[in-house]
Design a binder for this molecule. Sequence first.
Ligand SMILES: [Zn+2]
Length: 167
Amino acid sequence: MSRTPETVALAERVSRVLFLVAGWLAIAFGAVVAGGAVVGLRTAGTSADSLLLAGFMFAAAFVFVSLGVLVSPPFRRRLRRRRPISRFGRIRTLERRAFDNGDDSFSRCDGCRSPIESGRVRLRREEYAIAGVPVYTVSTTRERYCRTCSEYADSRGDRPRPSADRV
Ligand SMILES: [Zn+2]
């Protein structure tokens, strides 16, 4: 089988979906096991045996939820963007990458408004982080630039624009 870019892209998309499904299944299974442990404790009382069983179930639930989080692509993307573990609260990130519409469609450069088919895209995110891991996205801004404007922005040091709702 030849590995053309299309089949590679398709395989990547399929594996992403599979990992997503596997991740959520593991998380759901972990939640069910944790729920079972709680129900077990409430119905069987707090004898040594039921406490031990519940302990094992909580440990298993923790393992499954952790596995699910690690396997699931959206969580992995967040983990990849993580900051030092001491970071709590609002963080700003800037991601730069090339873009190419790949067809005859064009976008407008956010700097000079000229029509462009390819260039650089800047993805600014404002997120809340717990222990360095972004858990909630406040805002995402996507800016597309032509190469000239992109280089100009780079030369200015490219600091994120201050948002209007500063506290
Ligand atoms: Zn431009």
